[in-house]
Design a protein around this ligand. Structure first.
Ligand code: FES
Length: 75
């Protein structure tokens, strides 16, 4: 799904960078998400937070307790 229409950035793009350990600010610099109209910022931040290993749902996913389709970052 495209999250940032202005820069054509998908949830998978954001999740891939977040899983690589990048925070929102780094992802914003790298991909350009939320650098135009800004309407995608909260959604992008939510995706980054879901992929944070300290996030309880992400930790469950990594343990194999969640189906791979439960989160955008699980793909
Ligand atoms: S939709 Fe992302 S900056 Fe406009």
């Amino acid at each position: 799904m495209i999250v940032c229409v202005c820069n054509r950035i998908s949830d998978r793009d954001i999740a891939r960078h977040a899983r690589a350990g990048m925070g929102f600010d780094d992802i914003q610099l790298e991909l350009g998400v939320a650098t135009c109209c800004g309407r995608c910022e909260q959604c992008a931040r939510d995706i980054v937070s879901q992929c944070d290993k300290s996030h309880p749902v992400a930790a469950l996913r990594d343990a194999g307790a969640m189906p791979s389709t439960a989160l955008a970052c699980a793909a």
